[in-house]
Write a protein that binds this ligand. Structure first.
Ligand SMILES: Cc1cc2nc3c(=O)[nH]c(=O)nc-3n(C[C@H](O)[C@H](O)[C@H](O)COP(=O)(O)OP(=O)(O)OC[C@H]3O[C@@H](n4cnc5c(N)ncnc54)[C@H](O)[C@@H]3O)c2cc1C
Length: 395
């Protein structure tokens, strides 16, 4: 590279950086995209691909999810590589009447957002998902949701950006930044220097380190999730299946402290069937630093709980398991926006378990900010400045 100039230099080619690169290139910006390894080598290549509204917090997060869901088919149709986007729909499972009562508030919020989700039980439920256990009390059917292959989507977005002139640099990372006043004037990388009008940090759970390099607090904490993959041909579900308990595990950082072995693992059942006919089954939630190993307890719980809900899984071979690190922010919201301290620094990270769902609207908003246009949704509430402001308020 030696020395290049760009309108937008993006650090991190997970689904967020790749989406920003695609949307910015589409707006005619000159993009430089770099990754310490290769695209989708972080969490976006170690997760499943539910494009959902139903698991989001009511309010801005649901609004962002709805906007992202609308963008998905348009973007997918514009890409040269097929991201395997399937409008499969979602099923929010209530194992018992108690689970239904526990998620009443969430259901009311989704319905208030205009999403139709009829409650199905008995024969009606079995018609939608014949393989679900007869012990299941019922489920909310959400036909508008989708499943995407997150790994392929990330690669397809990078390819879409390249097709519009973006320059990419793999196995490349920043080693230093020159700062003059309230602007970054130059980024020094392992492959040379980049001088850009705007810089974007989109390095997932590794973003905190980048923040430290420029004196910005980005308090991202890795939250590990484990998944199990079956052999092909095990197409045991049409919809994306998610337990109401998954939402409880996701929303409550104290969940793992409960006196229940499944809660301690942060377990919440989910299952999708990918384009190859494999079931991808999850998942757990644990704060264990940057440890990406799977655990015998986590994998055993995932398989055992899945078989309870989809008994035919007992006859299917499990092929492999893996884990990814969700970029969790202690206040439960992603970080999207322009830094107030460094006026040409944008941040797009901290999407926890929602990065695949929110990737399109996040990339769209960041591209607008990089092009000096007002974004279609006001994200000032997600500003990277909120941590410094909270520290000042607490002092
Ligand atoms: C088990 C599991 C299941 C999930 N399921 C879903 C789901 O169904 N739906 C959903 O919406 N979300 C889901 N998620 C969440 C989603 O996967 C993440 O929110 C999303 O992948 C985060 O993307 P990212 O681009 O921010 O980070 P990443 O994908 O981690 O990308 C960051 C990139 O930055 C690079 N990088 C790091 N440091 C540097 C550096 N110093 N210089 C240059 N590059 C650097 C890395 O190599 C990496 O490629 C799940 C997550 C897990 C773990």
């Amino acid at each position: 590279m030696n020395r290049i100039e760009a309108d937008l230099a993006i650090v991190g080619a997970g689904i967020i950086g790749a989406s920003a690169a695609y949307h910015a290139s589409k707006r005619g910006l000159k993009v430089a995209l770099l990754d310490a390894a290769v695209p989708a080598s972080g969490t976006s290549g170690a997760c499943d691909g539910y494009v959902a509204i139903s698991s989001k917090k009511p309010g801005l997060m649901m609004q962002l999810a709805a906007a992202s869901q609308q963008l998905y088919p348009q973007v997918a149709a514009d890409l040269r590589l097929d991201p395997e986007l399937e409008p499969a729909g979602g099923l929010l499972i209530c194992e018992t009447r108690r689970v239904r009562e526990q998620i009443e508030g969430q259901v009311a919020a989704i319905e208030a957002a205009g999403v139709a989700m009829p409650f199905c039980e008995g024969e009606a439920l079995r018609r939608i998902e014949p393989h679900l256990s007869a012990d299941i009390y019922g489920a909310y059917d959400i036909p508008g949701e989708s499943i995407v292959n997150p790994y392929r989507m990330t690669l397809a977005l990078v390819d879409g950006a390249i097709a519009r002139g973006a320059r990419t640099f793999w196995h490349t990372k920043p080693v230093g930044f020159d700062i003059a006043g309230d602007r970054i004037t130059r980024m020094d990388t392992t492959a040379g220097e980049i001088v850009a009008r705007n810089y974007l940090f989109a390095a997932g759970v590794w973003s905190a380190k980048l923040g430290t390099m420029v004196g910005i607090d980005l308090p991202i904490v890795p939250r590990r999730g484990e998944l199990v993959v079956t052999e092909r041909g095990a197409a045991l579900a049409r919809r994306y299946l998610q337990s109401g308990l998954y939402i409880a595990a996701k929303a409550d950082p104290e969940y793992a402290k409960r006196d229940d072995p499944l809660a301690r693992l942060g377990h919440g059942f989910c299952l999708e069937v990918n384009a190859q006919g494999q079931c991808i089954i999850g998942s757990t939630r644990a704060f264990v630093g940057y440890d990406r190993r799977t655990t015998p307890e986590g994998v055993a719980a995932i398989v055992r709980e899945a078989v309870k809900r989809v008994p035919a899984l007992a006859r299917v071979r499990m092929l492999r398991c893996f884990a990814g690190l969700r970029p969790y922010v202690p206040d439960g919201k992603p970080i999207i926006g322009r830094s107030g301290r460094l006026k040409n620094l944008l941040v797009g990270t901290g999407h926890e378990g929602d990065g695949i769902s929110l990737s399109q609207i996040t990339g769209d908003i960041l591209a607008d900010l990089a092009a000096d246009r007002p974004p279609r949704i006001d994200v000032s509430y997600l500003s990277p400045d909120r941590f410094a402001a909270a520290r000042l308020a607490a002092a």
